[in-house]
Design a protein around this ligand. Sequence first.
Ligand SMILES: *[C@@H]1O[C@H](CO)[C@@H](O)[C@H](O)[C@H]1NC(C)=O
Length: 337
Amino acid sequence: MCGGCCRRQRGPDGAPVGGRRRGCCGAILAVLALAAAAAVAFLEGTAGGVSYAGDGWLHECAKWDAEGGRFLASTFYGASVAEVRGGEAEERVVLADPDAAGRVALGLAVDAPRRRLLLVYADRLPRIGYAALGAYELGSWRRIFLTRLDVPGESTFSDDVAADEDGNAYVTDTLGSKIWKVSPDGALLGVIRNSTFTQRPGALHNFLGLNGIVYHPNGYLLVVHTSGGDLFKVDPKTETVRVVKVQGSLKRGDGLELLSATRLVIAGVPSRLVESSDGWETASVTGQYVGPIHRVGSSATVKDGDVYVNHLVGFGLGKKKTHVLAKAVFSPLAAAG
Ligand SMILES: *[C@@H]1O[C@H](CO)[C@@H](O)[C@H](O)[C@H]1NC(C)=O
């Protein structure tokens, strides 16, 4: 359609003549661009959220760094971390560890008391095998450690990380459904395995296993199993594992964040708000947020009491893609039963 309008007239020598008609194409493009932007803004309902330009299509995880006053986002194929500040249109890459070049950067956690960032690396699909956890000083970005987690011959895909109050880190393995435990100085302390993690038999239920993880201030981990839709409560000291009895579905749940001791956000499609009044023995899905569904919610973070959902997929025609941290407003779901 636009081609007819843009077709330049050519003189006898084949050279284009007259520039007048080209303006029409520009105008149409501008109108289309405006319409597209309006449609996207409408579709995505990003009111109050943060939208920014960044490298690459995929950003797996973003967390609020309160002291730094910025979001920190992992850039999948960049194997790097970018900071995103409110009011700035573009991300700025702050960390790119040369020893992780060629890998992918996935889950990250801000360990505020120790002023450090924990970052999970994995292999670029379809390769699998490499799994590592890096720790870096917030600000100077000096590396504290980079610890390999994988063992030869085992299929692993390291995914997300949480830190306890002593600075121990817990990294989920989505393929092997286990949890690596790493000390504050980077020593691999052990692996938490339990057949309860794979209680639902079948490839379909275990295609994506343990994924989002969060450390609860009362001393246990909450971990979601993406394909099975189970939420586990794990005591990292005794390594006992319980299935939280949840009313409502948690299938396709990805990154986690605690909004309070009794309220958990599970990013995904849709993102869900889950509440427990008995120390996470039982829980109910009490709210959901759909957001820009085509972008795929993949992690959640809390800034000033508001939940921001990071979306995996960026869009755009240029070299830089637009990424969205949407402010999630949960629609209440009637409590079942
Ligand atoms: C797995 O968890 C169950 C239930 O908490 C516990 O009884 C069992 O000892 C655990 N198994 C292992 C191998 O740690």
